[in-house]
Design a protein around this ligand. Sequence first.
Ligand code: A3P
Length: 286
Amino acid sequence: MSIEYFLYKGVNFAPGIHFEENLNFAENEFQVLDDDVFNVTYPKSGTNWMLEILNLIKCQGDPTWCNSVPNWERSPWYETRDGQSQIKDVLSPRVLCSHLPFHIFSKSFFTSKAKIIYTMRNPKDVFVSLFYFAKILSLYNNTENFQLFLENFLQGDVLYGTWFDHVKGWMQMKDNRNVFFITYEELQQDLRGSVVKICEFLGKELDDAAIDLVVKHSSFQSMKENKMSNYSLLPQEMLNHKKGSWFRKGISGDWKNHFTVAQSEYFDRVYQEKMKDLNMKFFWEK
Ligand code: A3P
């Protein structure tokens, strides 16, 4: 994939987006507020979908804010330099995004009453989504070789390290009542029911009409058409809009259209080996 990563606490980060001092700030100095809500994911797991849902819940389903302010200003990535400079303009209760692994997450979270929503996705679909994303994000180059990229992904030679470590790390919080776990597949299967559960977790009371609005404005089509959410405002040098879109297919199971039987079996073997200690069944395994 030829990104010249740098390591911070054993995890790959991208120069130009990430800087050691900002990672250190996020981990050790960032002051989490009691009413903060963190949208945490491994990349390509539905981060922007959850961001939109949380922003719409914050506005009782009213889409005006989501339709007028870019998503990265509404909910900055708190570990990046840009994100940290944008946070000062975010009104509480803040919804902040992060791809940080558990062991680097803000120390101050653990003494706060803040909440985290951790969204996971079938890693085979995460991989396919990342494979296409790498083709449009200028950060990556030399992204044509599916098999090679698959090896990189399984070995963790990608941004933010391995999916396995990310999920296993965050699973240490599974009994913490301030952390809510959900999957992309559950959002797909029952968006309305998922929104209701998220509202319950956040202690937000939305009436049926407001929930309907959240569901409507966080649909794939609605977000794909919203230029404040679809990243079409990013300059061409950063995201090659001619080659594809951040909002690619928005489905579950697209890996079946891409993996050979041998690749799928190989993935399953690595998955079983890496996840065996966890002793958990994820939604996509059922
Ligand atoms: P695909 O590439 O499989 O289409 P992230 O936001 O973490 O970068 O994840 C991007 C993935 O989430 C993309 O997957 C994108 O299409 C999908 N996605 C974003 N919003 C969605 C929505 N409202 N409904 C379904 N999928 C969505």
